[in-house]
Design a protein around this ligand. Structure first.
Ligand code: TYM
Length: 334
């Protein structure tokens, strides 16, 4: 008799705090598509996370729906993957409260993202910003995810998620699956085009990132202006040549050629040649995504059906874990 083996589960998310960048695409979203056949996948638009910094309501709504259209445009099949808005699944907020009571202030104050973001938004250091990693831990643990495909900037958050899960399991036994991170070999940290020692981020100045929705002229202009250095030599050396190394990484991620072979083939060429190769590869990647994005955006009824179904499917799974933990803690079952 044929035996059905349950696929391992994946959960990942992205914030609708701007249009995704080439960094989000290479570091995370592209992998989501690659994993959809082998795993049972849930991909979430992390809108609850986005309000840890102030968002304009109309813009948040627009960016959220655009993000859903983009997930479809990169090829994620909504039958195979559960695509949903975090705010549509109330178990995330409930789990957040429970896990807050199993997380220490000291752990949260060590988070580098909290330190960075509170320096950047000194007028709004809210409690949500502080406990953000707990919300994220709940996102993952609610679905008993085995694997979490993310860029390396999320490593610390994933570590704390594992710590919280182990702590809860230690107290109540067998509540959560302990998740592992899944990082791309190349492009796990795409750097800013203007300050190549910092990661490319959708909330930074416009010229420092390429948005997935940037048209060919914008892509050309931004890459032409990308910061390099003055020695004119093309080699991969992130410490001493962060700008050039970033361009080589992007090119490698987009073309599938290794960094070594690219460095070799560009060794006797100039920065202009490297930039134009990166420009061509970027445009070639983005144009089909943008065409498909526009088609999805023109069909709001379809988008609505995707996120409604997604929320129902996600909620069913999440409720099982939430109820299990609540029972173990000692709450009276409904
Ligand atoms: P967010 O929205 O900042 O980024 C989404 C994904 O993109 C990756 N990423 C990058 N990868 C390479 N280079 C870059 N420059 C770059 N910038 C971003 C991120 O690592 C991430 O994988 N907290 C998360 C969202 C989240 C989440 C979750 C993720 C909420 N709950 C549960 C996984 C599991 C965040 O802010 O991602």
């Amino acid at each position: 008799m044929e035996q059905t083996v349950r696929k391992q589960r994946i959960l990942s998310g992205i914030q609708p705090s701007g249009t995704p960048t080439l960094g989000n695409y290479i570091g995370a979203m592209r992998n989501w598509k690659l994993l959809e056949d082998e795993y049972d996948c849930l991909y979430m638009i992390a809108d609850l996370h986005a309000i840890t910094v102030r968002q304009e309501p109309a813009k948040l709504r627009q960016q959220s729906i655009q993000l859903l259209a983009l997930l479809l445009a990169i090829g994620l099949d909504p039958e195979k993957n559960v695509l949903f808005f975090q705010s549509h699944v109330p178990q995330h907020a409930q789990m957040n409260w429970l896990l807050n009571c199993y997380t220490y202030m000291g752990e949260m104050s060590r988070m580098t993202q909290f330190k960075d973001k509170s320096a950047k938004h000194a007028d709004n250091i809210n409690c949500g910003l502080f406990t953000y990693p707990v919300l994220m831990a709940g996102d993952i643990l609610l679905y008993q995810a085995n694997l979490v495909p993310v860029g390396v900037d999320q490593t610390q958050h994933l570590e704390i998620c594992r710590d919280i899960a182990a702590r809860v399991n230690g107290l109540y036994s067998g509540v959560f699956t302990i998740p592992e991170g899944y990082y791309p070999k190349v492009g796990a940290r795409v750097m800013s085009l203007q300050e190549p020692t910092r990661k490319m981020s959708k909330s930074d100045a416009d010229d420092s990132f390429i948005s997935i929705l940037d048209g060919p002229d914008t892509v050309r202009r931004k890459i032409r202006r990308a910061v390099t250095d003055s020695d004119g030599e093309i080699r991969f050396d992130p410490e001493n040549k962060p700008g050039v190394s970033n361009l080589l990484s992007i090119l490698s991620a987009l073309t599938g050629e290794t960094i070594d072979s690219l460095a070799e083939s560009f060794a006797d060429k100039g920065y202009g040649d490297l930039k134009s190769a990166v420009t061509d590869a970027t445009i070639e990647t983005l144009v089909p995504i943008q065409t498909s994005f526009n088609q999805y955006m023109a069909d709001k009824a379809y988008l609505e059906s995707v996120y409604r179904t997604g929320a129902e499917r996600a909620s069913r799974i999440a409720e099982r874990t939430l109820a299990k933990l609540m029972k173990k803690i000692g709450f009276i079952a409904k």
